[in-house]
Design a protein around this ligand. Structure first.
Ligand SMILES: [Zn+2]
Length: 74
């Protein structure tokens, strides 16, 4: 498992998937549709919201890992 996620390309009639790393996205990186070269990124005012979401996501992942460890020990 890694952090790679993708979103469908926002361009009309483009079926591309734009892969992105949420942590890079949060830092202001931009990602390009491999089909139509549309660039997606976050508006600065959106980063705070995504930051929160990613922090929760990371917490959730930690919980999942912990649960797996607990389970494997029993
Ligand atoms: Zn596209």
């Amino acid at each position: 498992m890694n952090d790679q996620q993708f979103i469908p390309c926002p361009t009309e009639n483009c079926s591309g998937n734009i892969f992105f790393d949420p942590h890079e996205l949060m830092r202001g990186a931009q990602f390009v549709c491999p089909i139509c070269n549309t660039v997606v990124g976050l508006a600065p005012e959106s980063r705070e919201i995504v930051n929160e979401a990613i922090e929760k996501f990371d917490e959730l992942k930690r919980d999942i890992i912990k649960m797996k460890k607990d389970h494997s020990m029993s």
